[in-house]
Design a protein around this ligand. Structure first.
Ligand SMILES: Cc1cc2nc3c(=O)[nH]c(=O)nc-3n(C[C@H](O)[C@H](O)[C@H](O)COP(=O)(O)O)c2cc1C
Length: 200
């Protein structure tokens, strides 16, 4: 009999992740959906940065970014990534590893349209991860795109989502005297998940 009960109970890792995120939304001071996203460059050197997790689907996690950024270049080269989310208020973490594909269709359009006007214009104005001469240069670019697109900027062709389809997900919760609880979910690629409890 599995002792995967309480906060670890669930039929899929997505169901548990959604539940934990909902709890974190009530307890974190800000950005409960922040994830540290790891990629690797052409030399295999790891890279990591925070992004916001925007959707937990029934088989994938989705985040949005600039397709001209360093992370995008790394993801196009090696379409595999990992992320971790950690909530100090809950003393829990979720680790995810998997394969990446672009989300640059209607779903990306819809998410872009839901952002504030300033964020939408900012996406047009920023050549993310490229050298920038000064803050003034950036603000001049914002003024330029504002004059061009007004209040209805379309989604830039260089901006959209990535969908991470996990092969492995681990749920971790703090336990007394460092005797933490860990449950790893592994996808057998036939769509079935196997779970195992890991030593802390
Ligand atoms: C809490 C937090 C959330 C962030 N969310 C995003 C995001 O959703 N998308 C994004 O492109 N950058 C986001 N950033 C900025 C990235 O960390 C990073 O600076 C940027 O994407 C460039 O990374 P790169 O050069 O590795 O591509 C966020 C930063 C922080 C601290």
């Amino acid at each position: 009999m599995s002792d995967r009960t309480g906060i670890f109970a669930g039929d899929t890792p997505f169901e548990i992740a959604r539940r934990w995120l909902a709890e974190a939304e009530a307890s974190e001071p800000n950005d409960p959906n922040a994830i540290a996203l790891a990629t690797s460059d052409a030399d295999g050197l790891p890279n990591v940065r925070m992004v916001l997790l925007k959707e937990i689907e029934d088989d994938a996690f989705v985040f949005y970014t600039n397709y001209g950024s360093a992370k995008a270049a790394e993801l196009e080269l090696n379409a595999q990534a990992a992320f971790v989310m950690h909530w100090k208020s809950l003393r829990r973490q979720i680790r995810v590893r998997g394969r990446i594909e672009r989300e640059d269709g209607p779903q990306a359009d819809e998410y872009f349209a839901s952002r504030s006007l300033k964020s939408r214009l900012g996406a047009w104005a920023s050549h993310q991860s490229q050298p920038l001469a000064s803050r003034k240069t950036l603000m001049a670019e914002v003024a330029k795109v504002t004059a061009k697109y007004g209040t209805t900027p379309p989604r830039p062709p260089f901006w959209g989502g990535y969908r991470l389809r996990p092969v492995e997900v681990e749920f971790w919760a703090d336990g007394a005297f460092r005797l933490h609880d860990r449950f790893q979910w592994r996808n057998d690629m036939g769509g079935n998940w196997q779970t195992v409890r890991l030593s802390p």
